[in-house]
Ligand binder design. Structure first.
Ligand SMILES: Nc1ncnc2c1ncn2[C@@H]1O[C@H](COP(=O)(O)OP(=O)(O)O)[C@@H](O)[C@H]1O
Ligand SMILES: [Mg+2]
Length: 604
């Protein structure tokens, strides 16, 4: 488990392809060496007049043949190694996404969307470069260097070779320093890009607020700042490269000078032939590329390392909400249960639904990093098939209750039970399947209305869909849209009003046909007549369901079987409409206030 999600783990899976690529590369490099040799042979043959036109043609023929083999070889190693890198990139991206999907709400509260997005784009790109091109380059450069040196020694002259490569040792030393610098600067560069992505993401999703509060200039300034930071950090990387690369040329230049000088001398005194002298010059030139390649490889590896460290941080993040049930796999996170490759095959995680009796047993809960309890010592039971209405100021813990029931966050063992079973012992998928939830910030995907409504349901049955939509009083609206249930909502389609969104979300929950239904402030943007209609529909069609309605309007609440008034996470009042009216407390007070408002409105 520990080894999983290290870069090596992925590379090992493609071992065979990498080895094949390496072999082809080796062959290519060996073939490569024959070209200077053939050129040298032609030169020597011409010089000693021992070679005619026929011999020259033969030499050229050999060069052409090697050239053709080289072309094939170069295709093959690209196919093996670049192909593996692409495949690994794709696998990591899948795994990363699957892993993110399992992480708990806390993680998403604490990490910015833009940053998470940049892992998938920028960082994974850098990782791919380090396991594809950089691997090739390093391997190729090493092999080529060894082979070329071998050729220089055996085919030309040992002393000349030793003299010529002295300057190259400087490169090895400099490379280590350069790698460290590059990694540091690259990490800063990736972070700057993350921040920039985040800036764009926030500005776009918050565009309505920005415009309404005329904060465009401020946003532009913030963007320009993030953009400049991104540019600066990129410049730091470029500057480093720009300084180091010409130094490489200088070093290689020295090698060439030594070759001309000492090689020329050796040719003059007849120790080596002119042809070999020419071949040697070509060999030295063949070393230019490996030297530059070493620089590039170090850059790529450092960048890949920096990026993979960022990605690995996500992998090391554990899902906090895990399945502890025996029915579900004990102690396994959803990630392990839902291997991405198995998702298509196994769509039938059928679990018999719960009945829906909910018990809170001295429930106390506080969010991470929060010193105040969001819920404090709450005990009550919601009978199966009954309706509980929850009333309370903002921040009193209403949404938190819904979050806890769904296990978006975990309460302590034994504090919440459904059907008498601790919810931590109920398989997660079964639990969530049994609860139809209309969140307060009802979110619709940029998809058709039909797909949005059927989102949580296994069947896409048109009749059921319409039934749910009718119950949620959205059907008539939908029929007025240009493509009815096929109408796309969101960024690429129609914009729904707040009330329409709420009712679409309700339809989505109703279509799920779960034994427990939670409406979190889901009728606030709906007019009172429609609200009444929806409530009466619920009463009629959902009477065996356990329903939790969170609301502010007495009209929404008063007919519930039980009413809970929350104050700062505590149970302030609890009872039926009648008993609470008799208590003459918060509920009764609110009732009178809202009655008065109604009368005022009626009088106008
Ligand atoms: N994700 C969160 N992290 C930390 N604190 C939170 C989080 N969500 C809500 N809270 C805090 O918990 C308290 C209860 O919030 P919430 O349940 O959303 O209230 P309500 O739905 O009644 O308006 C508030 O003080 C709120 O600031
Ligand atoms: Mg809320």
């Amino acid at each position: 488990m520990k080894e999983k999600h290290t870069l090596l783990y992925y590379i090992k899976r493609y071992k065979r392809r990498y080895i094949m690529g390496a072999i082809v590369l080796l062959v290519v490099d060996i073939l490569n060496l024959y070209i200077p040799q053939f050129t040298g042979e032609i030169t020597d043959g011409l010089q000693s007049h021992s070679m005619g036109m026929e011999g020259v043609m033969q030499g050229i023929g050999k060069i052409l043949l090697v050239g053709a083999l080289l072309a094939i070889g170069r295709f093959l190693w690209r196919f093996f190694i670049f192909g593996s890198a692409r495949r690994i990139e794709c696998e990591i991206r899948n795994d990363l996404f699957a892993h993110l999907e399992t992480l708990s709400m806390r993680y998403f509260n604490e990490n910015k969307t833009g940053e998470l997005m940049s892992y998938f784009t920028n960082d994974l790109n850098a990782v791919r470069m380090s396991i594809g091109p950089a691997v090739i380059t390093t391997f190729d450069a090493t092999i080529l260097t060894i082979l070329v040196l071998g050729k220089m020694i055996t085919h030309v002259n040992l002393k000349l070779t030793l003299m010529a490569i002295v300057p190259l040792f400087f490169i090895a030393g400099g490379g280590i320093w350069y790698g460290k610098q590059a990694e540091k600067r690259f990490r800063e560069k990736q972070q700057a890009f993350s921040d920039l992505t985040d800036q764009v993401q926030e500005s776009i999703s918050g565009v309505r607020v920005i415009k309404a509060f005329i904060q465009e200039r401020k946003e532009m300034r913030a963007f320009a700042k993030a953009n400049k930071n991104n540019k600066d950090k990129n410049m730091r990387v470029v500057k480093l490269q720009a300084t180091v690369m010409p130094l490489l040329d200088v070093v290689i230049g020295f090698s060439s000078l030594i070759t001309l000088f000492y090689g020329g001398y050796l040719t003059m005194i007849g120790e080596i032939s002119l042809g070999r002298f020419i071949a040697f010059n070509q060999y030295i030139n063949m070393l230019v590329w490996p030297m530059i390649a070493v620089g590039d490889s170090i850059t790529f590896f450092s960048q890949g390392r920096a990026s993979y460290k960022r990605i690995r941080k996500v992998f090391l993040e554990k899902a906090e909400i895990i399945d502890e049930s025996e029915e579900g796999q004990l102690g396994k996170s959803l990630a392990d249960q839902l291997k991405i490759s198995e998702i298509d095959a196994d769509n039938t995680m059928q679990a018999s639904a719960l009945h829906g009796q909910i018990t809170f047993n001295h429930l106390s809960f506080s969010y991470h990093n929060q010193n105040r309890n969001a819920i404090e010592d709450l005990s009550l039971t919601i009978e199966k098939g009954s309706t509980l209405a929850i009333l309370g100021r903002t921040g009193s813990g209403k949404t938190t209750l819904a979050n806890l029931l769904l296990r978006m966050y975990d309460a302590e063992q034994g504090m919440i039970q459904i059907d008498g079973i601790d919810i931590r012992k109920i398989p997660l998928d079964k639990l969530r399947k049994s609860i139809a939830y209309v969140p307060q910030d009802n979110f619709l995907f940029s998809d058709t209305l039909g797909n949005n409504i059927a989102f949580g349901s296994e069947s896409k049955d048109k009749e059921k869909m319409e039934e749910a939509a009718k119950e949620a009083c959205i059907h008539d609206n939908i029929m007025d849209f240009p493509f009815q249930y096929g109408t796309i909502v969101g960024e690429r389609g129609v914009t729904l009003s707040g009330g329409q969104k709420q009712r679409s979300s309700i339809a989505r929950a109703l279509m799920k046909e779960a034994p427990i239904l939670i409406l979190d402030d889901s009728l606030s943007a709906v007019d009172t007549d429609t609200e009444e209609q929806i409530l009466s529909n619920l009463k009629k069609h959902q009477k065996d369901k356990t329903i939790i309605i969170i609301a502010h309007r007495i009209s929404t609440i008063q007919n519930a079987d039980r009413i809970l008034v929350l104050e700062e996470g505590k149970k302030a009042e609890y009872g039926t409409h009648e008993t609470l009216m008799n208590e003459n407390g918060i509920y009764a007070n609110l009732y009178h206030k809202q009655q008065l408002e109604k009368q005022l409105v009626a009088q106008q």
